[in-house]
Design a protein around this ligand. Structure first.
Ligand code: AKB
Length: 316
């Protein structure tokens, strides 16, 4: 990786990915793109930025060519809850954008990364310690997009020799950029509300377990996977990765260790709950560990401490 183009650079993952890659490879070597302008004064503007709608193939090709990119990180997509509200648009954006990005990777011989998700699993998938290779019959549009995306990335690798790599992200927890439109977003909101209001009403029910991971671990994992020896990657599209399996009560207990006064209530949203119910309780990350050394640093309590302190700092 020397010249990297990132789509969806203003999203939850994209924002931190751009900042980290620029630290490592130099500001001028990481081109951030998004469908909208960054806010004035945003750190994203410390390096190159271009407006890009990923369904516009010509513009995408032109940017890759002019920047002489050797790596594409395609992050632009609608998340699960938003995709469910407008499934046809989600298909056009998530699949149309992906195929354009893969075509650019093929044409300009770029290494390629795009995230998959625990959303690629469905209600008939084994729920606990979900294996790397298993039944994938998701019931959400987002899940359909993710499974099709995994297959398409495999196809571009075997058919055209594109160096595609991916992982199935769990809910990602961060304080720099809040997520939007996901099912796992409650696990970020809970920390912000804990600091700002001392209480939170969860739209996900008690006893609904899902995998989560701190954003720093996600970013490190992306770089680690991209730098890994390609000949060792058996399951390149896409690896199960996770750092913890939690329900809202587990996070509450972790917060209460530092803020005993914190209160958690429930106001369950049936749409997002239905998506969560169709996803695994926990996934098995053995293949990622064995094939490229996946090793997350944060557990629930260390992440909770960092999140609460960072949000407090941010609000000062
Ligand atoms: C979502 O909830 O849609 C995402 C995901 C797990 O892919 N955070």
């Amino acid at each position: 990786m020397q010249k990297i183009i990132i789509t969806g650079a203003l999203g939850q993952i994209g924002t931190e990915l751009v900042l980290n890659l620029r630290k490592k490879y130099g500001n001028e070597n990481v081109l951030a793109t998004d469908i909208r302008e960054p806010e004035q004064g945003s750190e994203i503007l410390d390096g190159p930025f271009e407006i890009l709608d990923v369904t516009d193939k010509d513009k995408l090709f032109e940017l890759v060519k002019d920047f002489k990119a050797d790596t594409m990180m395609h992050m632009a997509a609608l998340l699960s809850a938003t995709a469910e509200k407008n499934p046809l648009f989600a298909w056009e954006l998530n699949m149309g954008g992906l195929v354009n990005a893969l075509e650019a990777a093929r044409e300009y011989q770029m290494q390629f990364f795009t995230p998959s998700s625990i959303g690629a699993f469905g209600p008939t998938t084994p729920k606990d310690m979900t294996p790397q290779e298993t039944i994938q019959r998701p019931t959400s549009m987002y899940g359909v997009n993710k499974v099709a995306g995994e297959l398409l990335c495999d196809y571009y690798h075997t058919k055209f020799g594109v160096d595609t790599r991916s992982m199935r992200f769990p809910g990602l927890i961060s304080y720099i950029k809040e997520p939007g439109g996901g099912t796992t977003d409650y696990a970020v909101e809970i920390y912000f509300k804990a600091i700002r209001e001392g209480k939170y009403n969860s739209y996900i029910a008690k006893d609904t377990y899902m995998d989560m991971m701190f954003m720093d671990d996600a970013i490190k994992s992306i770089i680690q996977l991209m730098e890994a020896d390609g000949s060792k990657l058996i399951h390149r599209n896409a690896y199960n990765v996770s750092a913890m399996s939690v329900d809202p009560e587990t996070i509450k207990e972790s917060i209460q260790k530092l803020m005993p006064e914190f209160e958690l209530g429930y106001d369950v949203d049936p749409e997002r709950q239905a998506i969560a119910d169709s996803w695994p309780n926990s996934i098995d990350t053995t293949c990622a560990k064995e094939e490229w050394g996946f090793s997350p640093q944060y557990n629930l309590d260390s992440m909770t401490e960092l999140m609460l302190n960072a949000i407090k700092e941010k609000d000062k």
